[in-house]
Design a protein around this ligand. Structure first.
Ligand SMILES: C[S@@+](CC[C@H](N)C(=O)[O-])C[C@H]1O[C@@H](n2cnc3c(N)ncnc32)[C@H](O)[C@@H]1O
Length: 253
């Protein structure tokens, strides 16, 4: 049971990827973030084995691309298809420091805390304020004392521009994608057309406020100039009108 009906659409995307035999590509930008900004901060506090909770791990943990980290990782995703694929590929890699769980991160209650909680591009998939607050609260509850929570997320700027078939509802900060009714769920109607909630694109000060309300202390907060986040999975080239990229590192202190 999920917090929001439209969450079922994520599993649908993974089922289509599986059917089309599309390959898993690790997020280079999250790995770059880890290498440049996170590793040295985390190692200073937790120099030995690192416990990691990866939220929205998709078809496999990013830490597979960071083998030197000596990390014990729990990857969580709400897509059953993605989690099955993650478990399958992990078995073929033969390491036992990775485990995977199919769950809604907004409703997570693991009774376990992690030195590092990594939002693997999930916050901007949570479109509405209430679920985002639950998600950030859950991230906070699962972060160990002195631990880190980090995220990379889409952030709004003044010159955003969206392609045909997308509708950005500025008053909500939600980007919608026009789709056919079947097989999607949780759709909304605007101007006689059917749309699926796709991404949340907030202003930087709103994201700062959300993190603060969840209880985190922000230690790094940077909008990367020249970096864009592509919202259309079919496009490979970024456009000036695409949302900017925000990187944030928080501590639980
Ligand atoms: C943009 S994808 C990123 C996937 C992967 N981390 C990557 O970098 O390729 C966001 C992921 O978050 C998952 N997701 C969305 N909402 C979620 C929720 N409430 N709980 C857990 N996972 C969620 C989606 O199923 C999807 O796999």
């Amino acid at each position: 049971m999920f917090d929001q009906p439209y969450y079922y659409n994520y599993d649908l995307t993974y089922r289509l990827m599986k059917k089309n035999a599309e390959e898993l590509v690790p997020s280079f930008s999250l790995i770059d973030f880890y290498n440049k900004e996170l590793r040295f901060r985390i190692k200073e506090i937790f120099p030995h084995r690192l416990s990691v909770l990866e939220l929205g791990c998709g078809q496999g943990s990013l830490f597979n691309a960071l083998p030197e980290e000596n990390a014990e990782v729990l990857g969580v995703d709400l897509s059953t298809t993605a989690i099955e694929e993650a478990k399958k590929s992990q078995r073929s890699l033969g390491t036992n420091s990775f485990s995977y769980l199919c769950a809604d991160a907004c409703l997570l209650n693991l009774n376990q805390k992690f030195q590092f909680v990594f939002d693997a591009h999930t916050l901007h998939c949570l479109c509405y304020s209430e679920e985002r607050a639950k998600y950030l609260k859950s991230a906070y509850e699962h972060t160990a004392d002195s631990g880190f929570f980090a995220l990379e997320t889409m952030v709004a700027h003044k010159r955003m521009d969206f392609e045909e078939g997308y509708y950005f509802r500025e008053e909500e900060g939600v980007l919608y994608k026009e789709v056919d009714d079947e097989p999607y769920v949780g759709l909304r109607t605007f101007y006689g057309r059917r749309y699926m909630p796709l991404r949340s694109i907030r202003r930087s000060h709103e994201i700062e406020e959300e993190l603060f309300k969840a209880g985190f202390k922000i230690v790094f907060f940077m909008v990367l100039s020249g970096y864009k986040v592509i919202y259309d999975e079919k496009r490979v080239k970024a456009l000036q009108g695409d949302p900017d990229l925000l990187r944030v590192i928080c501590r639980k202190i």
